[in-house]
Each structure stands twice: as C-alpha cells, then as structure tokens.
Design a binder for this molecule. Structure first.
Ligand SMILES: Cc1cc2nc3c(=O)[nH]c(=O)nc-3n(C[C@H](O)[C@H](O)[C@H](O)COP(=O)(O)O)c2cc1C
Length: 290
C-alpha cells in the first residue's frame, strides 16, 4: 500500500492519525531542483464526488527537502519513494543524479504527467517517443528503482507505458489527474486561479481502471494502479485487473486513515476467499463473461 504524491504532504502531517510503519511506501509531494511557488489561488475546488486541483507543483526544492524533510523518514520502516520532475530534460537528469547519491531513498517516481503547469510534466508524458528518450536518459543517471508516473490525458496510455518500459523503467504508476475545469456561474469566472486543473477522486476511477487494464496487457514491468480508490473494494478492482500495487491519493484528504482501512479490507477479502497472499490476487480478473 502506497500513499500518492501530493496527497500525503511530507508524511509527518499524518503521523498523528496512522502508524506510518504499516504502509508499504510513502511518496511525498513532488520535488524539483529549485523551489516552486505553484499556481495562483484558489488551487483546490471540490466537484461532485471529486477534487479539482491546480497546485502547480509547489515544493520547497531538492536542497530543502534533503536537509529538512528527509530526516523524518529515517525513523520509519516504510519505503520512501521520491516523486520528482523537471522543467527540462536536463533538470530531470540532474535531479535523478543528485537523488541517486542520497542514502535512505528506496526508489524514484518520475512525474511526466502533471496537467496544470505550463512546462514540464505532461509535455513529456504525452508522446511515446519523448517519454522513451527521457526515461532512457534518467535511467542512466540513477541506480535506484525507477517508477514512471503516467498521464491519463492521452489517447493510448498503453503505448506510452511501452515506450517508458523500453526506456528502462522498473515500473509504471498510473494515473495522474485529468485536465479539467469548473465555472462559477455567479462571478462567471473559473473556480481555479489557473483556470485548468487536474481532476481526481471517485469520478475518475472507472477510467483509471480501464487504463490500468490496458497497460497491464502491454507491458511486462509491474503496474501500480491509482485513481479514485476510497475503500478496499476499489483497491481490489485494480489488483484484479493486474495492478501489482495501488496508491491512495485524494482519499487521504477526506479520511487520513484510508490507507490503513484499505489494507485491513484487503486482508479480510483474502481470508474470506482463501487466498494466502495479496500477490496471488493480481490478475485474477475474468475478462470473459462466461
Ligand atoms: C492536491 C493534489 C496534489 C497532487 N500533487 C502531485 C504531485 O506533486 N506529483 C504527482 O505525481 N501527482 C500529484 N497528484 C496526483 C495524485 O498523486 C494521483 O495521481 C491522482 O490524484 C489520482 O489518484 P486519486 O484519484 O486517488 O487522488 C496530486 C493530486 C492532488 C489531489
């Protein structure tokens, strides 16, 4: 069980609510080489059943993260996977190199999928060739386990995943948020300062599930599923269609104990169905009706 980037702060915010040692891995807010201020407020808007955000990758930057945030993770047994991004390919490579030298990091999650920044992020994740080349270069820069986080704002996510796999990624995680917007009919302005943001939460779950299913069939590397997981049953759906692990995102903002409750629920399901390890649940989906 993994908690998704941007929805779990830097972990410390959640230690009063759950035992962080029970999580499989934590992925803190995405970091860049230099600090970033993010987008104009308002940056969060609640939609029916979901969340629209345009944080714009606000973060304190690599140096601050290493000095002030990383020490917190040293006392926790859970794996730390650092989510990172760059505005240019060179920045991605440089950051991967620097993170490679830092002790205490189990893996990297390379974000090529942020929908609400002008440069970086999604630009690299929308084209299979660009994604492939970038992953090739980052792969050379780090020996750490490399996850690549994919954007759903594409026609064929499985093709992107294949390009990323061929570039040397160890796993893909999907999905990031959908480009979306909301309008206030009284002011007639956009609800978000950046106008366009990313939609997450329950409304995106069926699409995320379809994308995970398609990706699982296209690649051999593990697929980490996410998108609208609120409860154990949701997570089980992702695992059944072939996800090797799942991430909990927006649900952390609604109920900080979601990840633990989902772990408990999956355990109960396994016991009830006499399955002795969650790994054996992966891919048990029956694609044919009969
Ligand atoms: C407020 C907020 C901030 C996010 N920040 C990041 C981020 O910095 N890097 C990243 O890769 N994904 C980020 N995401 C995307 C989530 O990690 C996740 O991919 C997405 O929300 C879909 O999962 P969910 O429906 O369970 O939330 C953010 C999502 C939200 C809601």
């Amino acid at each position: 069980m993994i908690v998704a980037s941007g929805t779990f702060g830097f972990g410390e915010e959640y230690e009063d609510f759950i035992d962080l040692n029970q999580l499989g891995a934590m992925i803190p807010k995405g970091i860049s080489l230099k600090p970033m201020m993010g987008n104009l407020p308002p940056r969060i808007f609640e939609t029916e059943g979901g969340i629209l955000n345009s944080i714009g990758l606000q973060n304190p930057g690599f140096r601050y993260f290493i000095k002030n945030k990383l020490p917190f993770y040293r006392n926790i047994k859970t794996h730390l996977i650092v989510n990172f991004f760059g505005n240019t390919p060179r920045e991605y490579i440089e950051l991967a190199k620097r993170l490679d030298e830092v002790p205490g990091i189990s893996g990297l999650e390379m974000n090529i999928s942020c929908p609400n920044v002008k440069r970086g992020g999604m630009v690299f994740g929308s084209d299979p060739k660009m994604a492939h080349h970038l992953v090739c270069e980052v792969r050379k820069a780090t020996r750490l386990t490399l996850l690549v986080k994919l954007s759903p704002n594409v026609t064929d996510i499985a093709r992107i995943a294949k390009g990323v796999e061929d570039g040397g990624a160890d796993a893909v995680s999907l999905i990031n948020t959908f480009r979306a917007m909301a309008v206030n009919i009284h002011s007639r302005k956009a609800e978000l300062g950046n106008m366009i943001g990313g939609l997450s939460g329950p409304p995106i779950k069926p699409i995320a599930l379809r994308m995970v299913w398609e990706t699982v069939q296209a690649v051999k590397i593990p697929v980490i599923g996410m998108g609208g997981i609120m409860k154990a049953e949701d997570a089980i759906e992702f695992i059944l269609v072939g996800a090797s692990a799942v991430q909990i995102g927006s649900a952390n903002l609604v109920n900080p104990r979601t990840a633990i409750e989902v772990i408990d629920g999956i355990e109960k399901y396994l016991v009830k169905n006499q399955i002795n390890h969650v790994r054996k649940l992966t891919g048990l989906f029956k694609p044919h009706l009969l």
